[in-house]
Design a protein around this ligand. Sequence first.
Ligand code: ZN
Length: 304
Amino acid sequence: MKEYLNYSTTKWYIGFIMPELPEVETIKRGLEKSIVGKTIVSFTSDTPKMLNYPLAFYQRRLTGLKVLKVERRAKMIIIRFSHDWNILGHLKMTGQLVFHGPHKCVVGGHPIKEGFGCKPNRFTHAIFTFKDQTQLYFNDVRKFGWLRLFTSPELQKALENNLGPEPLENDFTLEVFERELKKRPSTKIKQFLMDPKNVVGIGNIYSDEICFFARVRPERQVKTLKSEEVKKLFAGIKKILTEAVKYEGTSISDYVNAQGEAGAYTKKLKVYQRYGKECLRCGGMIVRSKIGGRTSSFCPACQK
Ligand SMILES: [Zn+2]
């Protein structure tokens, strides 16, 4: 009897919701436990557009390499191998990583139901096989995800490409946040938070939650923020993302995992998609508006 686990212990989202920092961090931690120390014996893929070189090049380079480390930058996963090779991966909206071990199967990402058979299926577009016969599958319904192969200097260059600070790192300070805000005075706050050039890893869910925490309306322009509000937003970024990582991300809808558990951070959400419901803080009515093409929920009574 195999043990079926999710990287997050939950399936965290359904539909086309982009995973944000806590969800990708959860996958990273799950992968770390599953594949570090393993040596690749073969690699295959049926989707050339997911790769940045022809398949034969991947096969030549990856075979024999050992997984040294798994990291995360913004919403991307980095697998570091021996001999200075690396895979930079993005799950995009519908990607899923499935680790198939002898005693367990670990699934992280989009809840493609077929992934829970823990066998390759019609959505499996890349397979890493390790020396001990364990495997890592990359499944993707819409094939927007990718796995790019880079040398370490190339990876470095790819990661420097227009990405802002990591919000949970110590070098993301209030001063850094203020400096970034000053660059974009006319941007709406929600859009500012969701733009990875300013700060990475925050999407639709956590930008709403951060604005709610700070009692700031998401559609306000950055330049209208008082210094107290900037401090509150900064504190909200740190607090909400830290908590969401602790609870292993958010699962939207009533989708549950193989053990029948609901998403962990979902129960902590205070405002995201709660429009039409009572505000948990003041009892007012949560409303929604479109900001930059995304639906934002906020409380007009206690968010100013
Ligand atoms: Zn309220």
